[in-house]
Ligand binder design. Structure first.
Ligand code: AMP
Ligand code: GLY
Length: 424
């Protein structure tokens, strides 16, 4: 089979590595890819928002399956364009990707179908939002409705902070059009867990749990980022939590989307908070997490192409997912200054160490080639160093060992990825 992967981050490298393991994959393309993906796939210089170009490239090459990685093209309807061109695509159509693309949509869906989540109100008017804050409890959470690179959420300790937040989201448009509407919701406390699943419109199969570290600095300080590291499984995701979520969250979400005439085919990523009152949905994503994919996919035993084809063909009920009885930790190596301002173009050394290192993975996120063909940094998140081990502590020690194999001028990482597992 010929496979085209759309995207250029660590998630897409992890997807490419899983696809490359399949005996069915004869040829892999990636648009646009990165320096690491180039070791597994032929990278083509087409951006993720060039839908017509992606479709005509796939037609011309006789691609059998297109896998769409990132949220933006999914929300903007890339899968619909591919299907109209007669291609097979893995990922939700536009009318289902709205599960991630609009927080107001997802909150209304949860309310309508009784799926546990934080209490909330939706606003499309800044004055009404400000008036609501007069009688609210604090802290409180403000969310821009649309996609904002995972940064459209403000946690406000006081009324003054919240009023300033409403202004920056709805009037100053800090997150652009994503702030035309906003959700104001109850502040919850508890541990966060990410759960990834495959869905075929009717059936849902849970992969495994993971935990992300969203803040830039140790001790969960600093700004929110796309994710600075992950581990899988989460020791806090107990059988009891799993049973609750299966009954009240996972299947009910899939059924709700089907009832709304928006059958979801692809990956649903459930962002959960384990509160004192039980698990609650923080958010849905309509794709693999990044860097959750970098710890979940290396543990998956199934042929990823088989699973994706079963989703597209609506026969996921025939598939049982199997995971290694091990653990994985991913430490993100970033450019110092990420997520605000950072330099790039620095040569990366030490990548060869990963070639034959069993249980160690170096997923490229922001990398490219310079004029001399050397691998250089090209983004905020540069590499995701993943290691697997018999348990989380072993995997963490190995991931940090391997994080030391690689070097570049402004290398930055958190030193406490997976620290929470010591409390489990
Ligand atoms: P989201 O993009 O909705 O996942 O929000 C980003 C982050 O904000 C989450 O990972 C949480 O850490 C935090 N967050 C979102 N909603 C809430 C909430 N209702 N209460 C407390 N923290 C929240
Ligand atoms: N790591 C969180 C996300 O992919 O949204």
């Amino acid at each position: 089979m010929k496979i085209l992967i759309v995207g250029s981050g660590g998630r897409e490298h992890a997807i490419a590595a899983a696809v490359a393991k399949s005996p069915k994959a004869d040829k892999i393309y990636c648009a646009p890819g990165n320096a690491g993906i180039a070791g597994l796939a032929e990278c083509v210089d087409i951006a993720v928002d060039e839908f017509e170009k992606i479709a005509s490239f796939a037609k011309e090459k006789g691609v059998d399956l297109v896998i769409v990685g990132p949220d933006d093209p999914l929300a903007a309807g890339l899968v619909d364009v591919l299907e109209e061109a007669g291609l097979r695509a893995f990922g939700p159509r536009k009318n289902a990707a709205i599960l991630e693309g609009s927080k107001a949509f997802s909150k209304d869906l949860m309310k309508k179908y009784g799926i546990p989540t934080a209490a909330y109100e939706t606003f499309s008017d800044a004055d009404a939002a400000a008036a609501y804050l007069e009688q609210a409890d604090f802290p409180i959470v403000l969310k821009a409705d649309g996609l904002a690179l995972g940064k459209g959420v403000l946690i406000c300790r006081t009324k003054e902070e919240a009023l300033a937040g409403v202004k920056s989201i709805m009037l100053d448009k800090q997150f652009g059009a994503a702030g035309n509407r906003m959700v104001i919701e109850e502040y919850m406390t508890g541990r966060e867990v990410s759960v990834l699943s495959f869905v075929d419109g009717r059936t849902i199969r849970i992969m495994t749990s993971a935990q992300d570290h969203k803040r830039a600095c140790d001790g969960d300080q600093g700004l929110n980022t796309g994710g600075m590291g992950t581990f899988s499984p989460s020791p806090f995701y107990t059988q009891e939590v799993d049973a609750f979520c299966r009954k009240y969250i996972y299947q009910p979400t899939v059924d709700a989307m089907a009832k709304e005439g928006r059958p979801f085919c692809g990956v649903i990523f459930f962002g959960l908070m384990l509160t004192e009152k039980g698990p609650r949905v923080l958010e849905y994503n309509a794709r693999f997490g990044d860097p959750e994919a970098q710890v979940v996919l290396p543990r998956m035993k199934n042929d990823i192409i088989d699973v994706m084809e079963a989703c597209i063909d609506g026969r996921l009920d025939e598939v049982e997912l199997q995971f290694e009885d091990n653990a994985a930790v991913c430490v993100v190596l970033a450019s110092e200054g990420y997520p605000v301002k950072y330099e790039k173009g620095y040569v990366i050394c030490g990548l060869d160490r990963f070639t034959d290192a069993d249980g160690y993975y170096c997923f490229h996120a922001g990398t490219g080639f310079d004029a001399e063909g050397r691998v250089v940094t090209s983004g905020g998140r540069v590499l995701g160093i993943t290691a697997t081990g018999a348990d989380l502590k072993t995997a963490r020690a190995k991931a940090y060992e391997a994080a030391g194999w690689v070097d570049f001028a402004n290398k930055y990482m958190r030193t406490d990825i997976g620290k929470a597992i010591d409390e489990a």
